[in-house]
Design a protein. Structure first.
Ligand SMILES: *[C@@H]1O[C@H](CO)[C@@H](O)[C@H](O)[C@H]1NC(C)=O
Ligand SMILES: *[C@@H]1O[C@H](CO)[C@@H](O)[C@H](O)[C@H]1NC(C)=O
Length: 157
């Protein structure tokens, strides 16, 4: 009986963790991946990407888009945005959009070694996919801007 009372809390904990994983809130994930709530000059791409990298156990994508804003502002796009196809909504306002670019990753998969730099930033309308009134995916189709801006803005402080 004593042994059993020891095991029960462990089992409950495991169950809670499993359920938490299954029900991971997609908007929470979206926020962690794409939203930086402080002024954009405080954004350190390497630091920002670390949480995601630790979770994925690898250096995440080559290019990554971060928006500096309050989460509610992005959520509002699902209400006030212009509806496109397949539950995609485009904001009527412009957001500060920052592009982080992976510049270093080790083959030994030490996620602490992943380094990113700010490639450029711009003010642009953003498009998100909404599910149950919440953003769950950000369309990262800004490549077209990068080609000509990369040269000008590289190493600009
Ligand atoms: C960003 O953070 C990393 C790791 O915390 C640090 O090594 C790097 O110098 C920082 N970059 C800038 C531009 O502050
Ligand atoms: C983008 O935002 C601007 C406001 O900054 C707005 O005038 C324009 O209509 C928006 N574009 C789209 C496609 O919604």
């Amino acid at each position: 009986m004593k042994e059993r009372s020891m095991k029960t809390p462990v089992l409950v904990l495991v169950l809670v963790l499993v359920l938490a994983e299954v029900h991971a809130d997609p908007f929470e994930t979206f926020k962690k991946k794409h939203i930086f709530e402080k002024p954009e000059n405080e954004l350190n791409c390497t630091k920002f990407m670390k949480t995601d990298n630790l979770q994925e156990k690898k250096c995440r994508q080559d290019k990554h888009v971060i928006i500096t804003t309050k989460p509610d502002e992005v959520k509002n796009i699902c209400k006030d945005g212009t509806k496109g196809s397949h539950d995609h909504y485009t904001s009527k306002e412009k957001f500060t959009v920052i592009h982080c670019h992976l510049i270093k990753s080790d083959k030994d998969k030490d996620v602490n070694s992943c380094k990113y730099e700010k490639e450029h930033e711009e003010d642009d309308n953003i498009t998100v996919k909404c599910d149950n009134g919440e953003p769950v995916h950000l369309d990262e189709e800004h490549e077209k801007h990068e080609e000509h801006e990369e040269h000008e803005k590289h190493e600009k402080h």
